[in-house]
Every structure is written in structure tokens, then in C-alpha cells.
Design a binder for this molecule. Structure first.
Ligand SMILES: Nc1ncnc2c1ncn2[C@@H]1O[C@H](COP(=O)(O)OP(=O)(O)O)[C@@H](O)[C@H]1O
Ligand SMILES: CC(C)(COP(=O)(O)O)[C@@H](O)C(=O)NCCC(=O)O
Length: 308
């Protein structure tokens, strides 16, 4: 009989072990491209791409091929020769942990595979209820909590993409307006791979949930205290970037001196984003296929892969 620790569904790898699994996967991203993909205050560099993202790209490549065969088996069984289903990758994690950078790097790398797959990236903020609806539901101070999303529409959208619909349409959120943009939409047309990124994508539920449609999922993880620090630092930096735009919903924060801005960021973290992380987001971590664990300097140092 195997030892108890052999029965865990996870394998934990240090960065040095993980990077070996890149094997011959070539580095196809340049420094200029990476600069464009990097989020505000995210120090990700080409070493991180080579050590962390190239093995990941190789693993996903292997899994896409295996998934196509599995899908083929069901198609053969049903006598249905319709087109293959796209491979759906989810990226979850706290506000300010760096999910969007992870999603953009992965998208760029996957799209560079020799067969040039069509990779689309959709963020779940487009499925937040519009501000007026959040107000009606008394959820304005719970933006980002599971109940602040139109989960039925999100499920319908991913199900449409996955079932090979010619077009699927997602609403669009603006951080500037702090609201859904009326009449805007992101149109997704039969991608080979769909990446769906958002705080709560891994939430389970009493009925079919979007997480039931994922082929691979990544949880971007770090110590809560480090994420809080990144949130506050980014908030301070946003004063001279996004908040400086008079059209920004947060323009009134732009002239705040450091101490006041820090107090405000800490309050937002404490009252909204930390409780959401602890009550809703962290509990979904065990479900992820891969956990990327970052240290205080944003560097991925440990990875946990689900092998079962
Ligand atoms: N108030 C804001 N104004 C403009 N951009 C913002 C604001 N808050 C967050 N962002 C940007 O939105 C994106 C998503 O942020 P977030 O949900 O915190 O996820 P993450 O940091 O994990 O990517 C990031 O690129 C971030 O810089
Ligand atoms: C828009 C978000 C809810 C994240 O959306 P996601 O795409 O992860 O679903 C988040 O980035 C946000 O702005 N939260 C609001 C809480 C705050 O004001 O800090």
C-alpha cells in the first residue's frame, strides 16, 4: 500500500524543478512584447516567462491534444462529426495578485505555437451587473463578490463558445467609468483556446457553473499580506495614471497625498477585497489544476499541480 502522502492529488514543485519541465519549448516572446503585456507595477521579466510560463505552455499543449482525442471519442460515440470544442482555460485569484498579466502572457505564448491557434481572452468583469443594478440589489460595496456577477450570462457565454457557436458576445466593463459600457461588446468567434480570467471563476455551485466547463485552471496565489501591499502600492500609482484622467470614476483620488491615499486604499482592501479573498476566492484554490505561488517580490517560487 502506498504511503499516505502518495495519495494526495497534488504534486508540489519548486521553481527549479518546474523550469526543467520546459524541455525544448522555445522562448518566443521578446522583451518589447513582454513590456506591453505587463500590468501596472508588475515586475515580470523574461526569466519568469522562461522558468514558469514555458513549462506551463508545454503542459497545456499536451493537454489540448489529449482533450481533443477525448472529445473525439464522445463525438464518435454520438456519431456527430461537428467541429472540435475549444479548450477553455480559467485564471483565478485575488484582486491585485496579477491575474491579468498572467492571462496576457499565456495568451501571447499559446498563440505562438507553430499551428498558430486562435486564442481569445475574456475577463469576467464584463459580467458584473451594471452599477444601477448593483445599487438596486444593495451590492455596490460588494463589487467582485460572486453575487455581483450575472453568473447565468457568464455560464451561457462560455457554453456558447464551447459548443462551437459562430459568435458569442460578452459585455464590456470599464475601470474608468467603474461600470459596464452600454452598447459595447466583445465578440468571440470560434477560438481554438478561450482564456477566461476573473476573481471568482472557480466558484462551485448548486447547478451547472462556468467552472464545470473548464479544461484547465490556474490559481494565482501569494500571501494575503503581500497582495494587500501590492493593492495599496498600485492604488498609489494609479493616482498619476488611470485616476489622473478627469473621466475616471476615481479622479477625486488623484490629488490625495500619500498618507491619505494609503488610508483609503487600506480601507478598500479591508472592507471589500480582503473579505472577498478570504470568504470566496481562497476556498476555490483546491480546485485549480495549477497554483502559481508568488513571493513578496512577485516572483513565482512554488507550483502545485493537480495530477488527479
Ligand atoms: N481603479 C482602477 N482603474 C484603472 N485600472 C484598474 C483599476 N483597478 C484595477 N485596474 C486594472 O485592472 C486590471 C485587473 O485588476 P485586478 O482585478 O486587481 O486583477 P489582477 O491584479 O489580478 O490582474 C489590472 O490591469 C489593473 O491594473
Ligand atoms: C472589476 C473587479 C471586480 C475584477 O473583475 P474580474 O475581471 O476579476 O471579474 C475588480 O478589479 C475591482 O475593481 N473591484 C472593486 C473593488 C474595489 O473598488 O477595490
Amino acid at each position: 500500500m502506498g504511503r499516505v502522502r502518495d495519495l494526495t492529488p497534488y504534486v508540489e514543485l519548486g521553481r527549479d524543478q518546474w523550469r526543467e519541465l520546459r524541455q525544448a519549448t522555445p522562448l518566443t516572446l521578446t522583451d518589447e512584447e513582454l513590456t506591453r503585456l505587463r500590468g501596472l507595477r508588475d515586475p515580470v521579466d523574461l526569466d519568469e516567462v522562461a522558468d514558469v510560463y514555458l513549462p506551463l505552455s508545454r503542459l497545456i499543449n499536451l493537454q489540448v491534444a489529449a482533450r481533443q482525442q477525448l472529445h473525439q471519442a464522445t463525438s464518435t460515440f454520438l456519431g456527430d462529426t461537428s467541429r472540435k470544442a475549444p479548450f477553455v482555460i480559467a485564471i483565478a485569484g485575488s484582486v491585485a495578485v496579477g491575474k491579468s498579466t498572467t492571462a496576457r502572457i499565456l495568451r501571447a505564448l499559446l498563440a505562438k505555437w507553430p499551428d498558430h491557434p486562435h486564442v481569445d481572452l475574456v475577463t469576467t468583469d464584463g459580467f458584473l451587473f451594471p452599477t444601477a443594478e448593483l445599487e438596486r440589489r444593495n451590492l455596490l460595496h460588494r463589487k467582485g463578490f460572486p453575487e455581483s456577477y450575472d453568473r447565468r450570462s457568464l455560464l451561457r457565454f462560455v457554453a456558447e463558445v464551447k459548443s462551437g457557436a459562430e459568435e458569442a458576445r460578452a459585455p464590456v466593463y470599464s475601470h474608468l467609468a467603474y461600470d459596464i459600457v452600454p452598447d459595447a461588446e466583445q465578440v468571440v468567434r470560434q477560438p481554438d483556446i478561450l482564456i477566461i480570467e476573473g476573481l471568482n471563476v472557480l466558484q462551485p455551485g448548486p447547478r451547472l457553473m462556468v467552472s464545470d466547463l473548464f479544461d484547465f485552471s490556474i490559481y494565482v496565489d501569494a500571501h494575503t499580506d503581500d497582495i494587500a501591499k501590492w493593492y495599496v502600492e498600485r492604488f498609489l500609482a494609479l493616482r498619476s495614471t488611470a485616476f489622473a484622467d478627469p473621466a475616471s470614476h476615481f479622479h477625486h483620488y488623484a490629488p490625495l497625498p500619500d498618507a491619505k491615499a494609503e488610508d483609503e486604499a487600506r480601507r478598500l482592501w479591508r472592507e471589500i477585497n480582503e473579505p472577498n479573498l478570504i470568504s470566496n476566492i481562497l476556498p476555490t484554490r483546491p480546485r485549480a489544476t495549477l497554483v502559481l505561488r508568488k513571493d513578496a517580490s512577485h516572483r513565482t517560487t512554488r507550483l502545485r499541480l493537480r495530477k488527479l
